[in-house]
Unconditional design. Structure first.
Length: 136
């Protein structure tokens, strides 16, 4: 869907310069293609970074679960519920990354901003949980 938007912009640009010289047309087309490639590259880098962050969280979750199984500490029901909530939030973040692939140029910034806010909130909740787990 995002690539279709880029193609549409390219087509419109080429049609806009139909009355211009061939050199001007080629230069304009080249500039638009370069901009479209930069946008796509930025988007792919953001997606890769977001996935890396989630993978790090997944590793931490796995480490904590392994430590909890090895310890003799029983978790209170409230702690278990919060733990499951955090794992659910992590799954929702994964779904948001999937949405990036289908986002359009128009909603890309909004999608990226929404993910960033959700990720920050998740990190804060996760870190608070881990800190309380160490104390408790």
């Amino acid at each position: 869907m995002f690539k279709n938007g880029i193609i549409l912009v390219l087509t419109a640009t080429v049609l806009m310069f139909t009355g211009c010289s061939e050199g001007t047309k080629q230069k304009a087309t080249s500039t638009v293609e370069s901009a479209a490639n930069n946008i796509e590259q930025t988007r792919q880098e953001f997606i890769a970074n977001a996935q890396d962050q989630l993978n790090e969280v997944e590793d931490e979750i796995n480490d904590i679960e392994a430590n909890l199984k090895d310890s003799s500490t029983d978790l209170k029901e409230e702690t278990k519920e919060k733990w499951e909530d955090l794992k659910g939030e992590r799954s929702e973040l994964e779904k948001q990354i999937d949405k990036f692939e289908n986002s359009t140029e128009e909603n890309w910034e909004q999608t990226k901003e929404s993910f960033s806010e959700s990720m920050e909130s998740f990190k804060e909740d996760f870190n608070n949980f881990v800190d309380n787990l160490k104390v408790g």
